[in-house]
Design a protein around this ligand. Structure first.
Ligand code: HEC
Length: 131
């Protein structure tokens, strides 16, 4: 009686351990697969102002620095880094570049849009503990 109870306990231990290992693997995969999404309102600004260069139709050079069509494959650390570069460039008014601002003034993000972008960038800053 006692012995069978003991092996029953071991069996449960094995099941629970296996279950926990599974959860850990699943969450590690989830971290890799799920990027920081770009919310629709922000994405619309990028579509209007940035993606002619930094989207699938953009040139080689701007895409090599930032490519929204590959955002999901960047991984969280790179996304956080790019998001803060985005906030910094739009705040300084160096993106879109002068040539695009001159030829296509309606692509210049408004002050409100810049605030939205930077608030979003702030939310995906990596937490210090995660570094
Ligand atoms: C006319 C084309 C063009 C448009 C439009 C444009 N960019 Fe760029 N962008 C470039 C080029 C070229 C570079 C690379 C040279 C440089 O770093 O200045 C660049 C670089 C960048 C970088 C630096 C990336 C890095 O990590 O090195 C960021 C961030 C950026 N752009 C954000 C934006 C955002 C946000 C917008 C829209 C608000 C935008 N750009 C619109 C051409 C463009």
């Amino acid at each position: 009686m006692k012995k069978s109870f003991h092996s029953f306990g071991l069996l449960w231990l094995a099941v629970i351990t296996g279950f926990m290992v599974n959860i850990r693997i699943a969450s590690a995969q989830g971290e890799k697969e799920q990027p920081y999404p770009i919310p629709d309102d922000i994405n619309n600004i990028f579509k209007n102002s940035c993606m002619s260069c930094h989207g699938s139709e953009g040139g080689r050079f701007p895409k090599s620095r930032l490519n929204f069509s590959r955002w999901a494959s960047y991984g969280k650390a790179k996304e956080a880094e790019k998001a803060s570069a985005i906030c910094s460039r739009v705040s300084k008014g160096t993106m879109p570049p002068k040539i695009a601002r001159d030829s296509n003034p309606e692509s210049i993000p408004t002050k409100e849009q810049i605030d939205l972008i930077c608030k979003w960038a702030e939310t995906i800053k990596p937490k210090k503990a995660e570094k």
